[in-house]
Design a protein around this ligand. Structure first.
Ligand code: AHR
Length: 500
């Protein structure tokens, strides 16, 4: 099988937006405690943050980090997590049936973001709380000084305001599992009131209203329309959440998961633009794809109801990812890039231990899951503008997504630096595919690197006992001559080629 791809520097989708490379830290399981924070760990700093995790997060190349949830935020009182640690209360977290000690709160998280060079993206609780508490948190984090809550922040050791720009108005408020879940009408009104009050403080805030928790929600599409009809004037983004997994041994459908993400994006764009056009408005709502990943959610749902204990930092949702998972994952990230004209922000859910690219052991090491590699390489190589390649390739039939192209691709091009990057996926389960990519219009003359993820065993994983079983593999087949890149993609593989 062969494929032909043409890359036209004029087929610009949008500038590469660093916010596509966001991630997510929730107070869930061992993401915060024993993940980013473990006082007493050999690599921990004076604040208790693990240095080995900071190094891996830096290598991963994340931009914004969403915090503190997730389902957790819908029962959270941010005030519990500030001030002297010994006074902070232990609370029950209903979302994950866990105990929350509040030893990490907004001030600690802000410090950690500085260590990793990330931008904080903050969520307010609209499950059990409302406008007042959102305004209080905004005052605490963003007001310079001279008010009750800004002075409290200063007294707590943070003289400078955090200047948080992106704010999520609650989380997954359409989900029956959400504490305080609401109808689209009720949520739309609450989100609108909260958003307009927050914008009275600072009209430049970037506010994210909750969209559907997945494209399989019964209200998908209609939820977005209704919520935006209430909140359009005061919000800037609508959120999308999507998780994918292989079901019933159907690898073919799983490998084509990004087709569902495409459908998701198209539907939400249509709903947002419908509301825009009805109002004859010039304002275009952007998508914040603030939860995306591979997650074996069916397996989690099957055991979730059996969790009875109120434990501190339990091991929850610690999926161990395979090569096939990483290929799908890389393809999802390519899809977000391809749609960066409308996807203005995205967050890989999550960052450490919980459905995460980085795993840790208490008192022990930290290591990279298979999904770490497509993210870190894409984040490092994508620069300039996103280009939508023209792809000629055969399709295969999937049970879930209809016909899917065997190869998918996206490119980025940095005219100033004279560099380009081509990202490719081969979804064929048994055959290598040789791809010819016409890059003649890009003016590049050499291959800087060509690396990918693939393995004879598509279910190979990095485990606690074998932490480096899977890593990047150099693709020796890549060659560039007369403006044409030729590369053979192994079956079930993700590949990135940097050109200069
Ligand atoms: O990322 C894990 C959970 O998935 C989040 O808390 C929630 O928003 C979603 O259902």
């Amino acid at each position: 099988t062969t494929a032909r791809i043409a890359i036209d520097p004029n087929a610009t989708v949008a500038p590469v937006n660093r916010r596509i490379f966001g991630s997510f830290v929730e107070h869930l399981g061992r993401c915060v405690y024993d993940g980013i924070y473990e006082p007493g760990h050999p690599t921990a700093d004076a604040d208790g943050f693990r240095g080995d995790v900071v190094d891996l997060v830096t290598e991963l190349g994340t931009s914004t980090i969403r915090y503190p949830g997730g389902n957790f935020v819908s029962g959270y009182r941010w005030e519990d997590g500030v001030g002297p640690r010994e006074n902070r209360p232990v609370r029950r977290d209903l979302a994950w049936h866990s105990l929350e000690t509040n030893q990490v709160g907004v001030d600690e998280f802000a410090k950690w973001c500085k260590l990793t060079g990330s931008e904080m993206m903050m969520a307010v609780n609209l499950g059990t709380r409302g406008v007042l508490e959102a305004l209080d948190l905004l005052e605490y984090t963003n007001h310079p000084s001279g008010t009750a809550l800004s002075d409290q922040r200063i007294a707590n050791g943070a003289p400078e305001p955090y200047g948080i720009s992106m704010w999520c108005l609650g989380n997954e408020m359409d989900g029956p599992w959400q504490v305080g879940a609401m109808s689209a009408d009720d949520y739309g009104k609450l989100a609108a009131r909260t958003a307009s009050a927050m914008k009275m403080v600072d009209p430049k805030l970037e506010l994210v209203v909750c969209g559907s928790s997945s494209s399989s929600m019964p209200t998908f599409g209609d939820w977005e329309r209704t919520v935006l009809e209430h909140s359009f004037d005061s919000v800037d983004y609508i959120s999308c959440h999507a998780y994918y997994q292989e079901r019933d041994g159907d690898l073919g459908s799983f490998l084509a998961s990004s087709l569902n993400m495409e459908y998701f994006i198209r539907t939400v764009v249509a709903a947002a633009d419908h509301v825009q056009h009805k109002r004859h408005s010039d304002k275009q709502i952007q998508l914040s794809f603030d939860e995306w990943n591979v997650w074996y959610l069916d397996e989690w749902n099957a055991i979730e109801g059996t969790i009875e204990e109120w434990a501190y930092a339990p091991r929850l949702i610690e999926d161990v990812y395979s090569v096939a998972d990483a290929v799908v994952f890389g393809n999802l990230l390519m899809t977000l890039l391809k749609h960066s004209d409308r996807v203005g922000s995205a967050s890989l859910a999550q960052l450490v231990n919980v459905i995460a690219p980085i795993m840790t052991e208490p008192g022990g090491g930290a290591w990279r899951q298979t999904t770490f590699f497509p993210f870190s390489v894409t984040s490092r190589l994508a620069s300039g503008v996103v280009l939508a390649p023209r792809i000629e390739v055969a399709t295969y039939t999937t049970k879930v997504h209809g016909d899917a192209p065997l190869v998918d691709s996206v490119a980025t091009y940095d005219a100033e630096a004279g560099t380009a990057a081509v990202f490719l996926v081969n979804r064929h389960q048994d055959e290598a595919i040789t791809v010819t990519v016409d890059v003649s219009a890009l003016g590049v003359g050499s291959i800087v690197e060509a690396n990918g993820i693939h393995d004879e065993d598509v279910y190979a994983k990095n485990t606690i006992d074998d932490r480096e079983r899977v890593g990047l593999v150099a693709n020796e087949s890549a060659s560039l001559a007369d403006g044409s890149l030729t590369i053979t993609l192994p079956p079930v593989s993700w590949t990135a080629v940097a050109l200069g």
